[in-house]
Design a protein around this ligand. Structure first.
Ligand SMILES: O=C(O)C(=O)Cc1ccccc1
Length: 293
């Protein structure tokens, strides 16, 4: 626990030794962490008040947004972002100790879809004909491999998972690109900073912006100028399907400023005047986890 003087309960995408577990332990310590089988379960646990916070993966440097998190957070949730943490991701291929000799003749390889995608070139080159199975998390795959010593299967996950589930690492660092980081968000029912030391200096604010329905030309340009002339720095803008019809999108916009800053208040008023529908997910600090070795 890093400077939180009470022990909050935190739902995370489990089981133990998932990448989300690593990020959660960095921010909260290991007490009070409650593993959940899926991202929607994490979001439901915090929405229902069964835990104080949830921590879920939002975006990966190689693969982009995690669709499950976007779907549950931006489509109808009442949650706010209290912190974000960026964690380095190293993927390893692991097998049960009983299957050390089966590495060249695996029947399947399983992992979280993002982990499989991060190792796509490696898998294409070395395991072109081996079926790839998706699991809810990398740690769920590792646990399954541990529980099925008779199966010629492998999991892709982190070193902690290999240690925790007593698996043999057959090949280290199989992710295709060296810079592989994932951004996790801490969510709760309340706005406010997570009281943990060691964050980046500038707070960030996340908005969901829906464009006016009149489809007039240049509206995206107008929205960007609202921030630009106030010198409000955007760290991200992403369009996502609104799920109301083909071609209907909303924007996720991250701004490097606190939402109470007078310039931000002015920006919100101008967006409202442009007939945009804006929902704030609150202001929060960023944390950066360093590689463990
Ligand atoms: O599956 C996990 O371990 C997770 O925490 C989700 C994830 C998957 C791949 C990269 C980063 C996070």
């Amino acid at each position: 626990m890093r400077n939180i003087d009470y022990k909050p309960t935190v739902a995370y995408l489990g089981p133990e030794a998932s990448f989300t577990h690593v990020a959660a332990s960095y921010l909260f310590g290991t007490d009070g962490l409650v593993p959940q089988p899926t991202i929607p379960d994490c979001i439901e646990a915090v929405t229902a008040g069964r835990v104080a916070y949830a921590i879920v993966p939002l975006e990966n440097a190689l693969e982009g947004s995690v669709p499950m998190t976007i779907d549950y957070l931006f489509h109808g949730s009442e949650l706010y972002i209290n912190a974000e943490i960026s964690t380095p991701i190293e993927q390893h291929l692991m097998v049960n100790n009983c299957q050390k000799d089966a590495v060249s003749k695996l029947d399947s390889i399983q992992s979280h879809p993002h982990a499989l995608a991060q190792c796509h070139k490696y898998l294409q080159y070395h395991y072109r004909r081996t079926p790839l199975l998706q699991t809810t998390s990398t740690a769920a795959a590792a646990k399954y491999v541990a529980e099925n010593p008779d199966l010629r299967i492998a999991a892709i996950g982190n070193r902690l998972a290999a240690e925790k589930y007593n698996l043999h690492i057959a090949e280290e660092n199989i992710h295709d690109f060296h810079f592989n980081h994932t951004r996790f968000v801490v969510l709760s029912l309340r706005k406010g900073f997570l009281e943990v030391e060691g964050h980046q200096e500038k707070p960030k604010t996340t908005f969901m912006v829906k464009l006016p329905e009149d489809d007039r030309s240049g509206v995206l340009h107008q929205i960007l100028s609202v921030f630009a002339w106030r010198k409000l720095n955007l760290s991200k803008i992403e369009s996502r399907p609104l799920k109301t019809g083909l071609g209907n999108y909303f924007f996720i916009i991250d701004v490097l400023e606190h939402e109470d800053h007078p310039m931000m208040q002015g920006a919100m008023e101008e967006l409202a005047a442009l007939n945009c529908n804006v929902r704030s997910f609150g202001s929060y600090y960023s944390f950066e986890q360093q590689p463990s070795r």
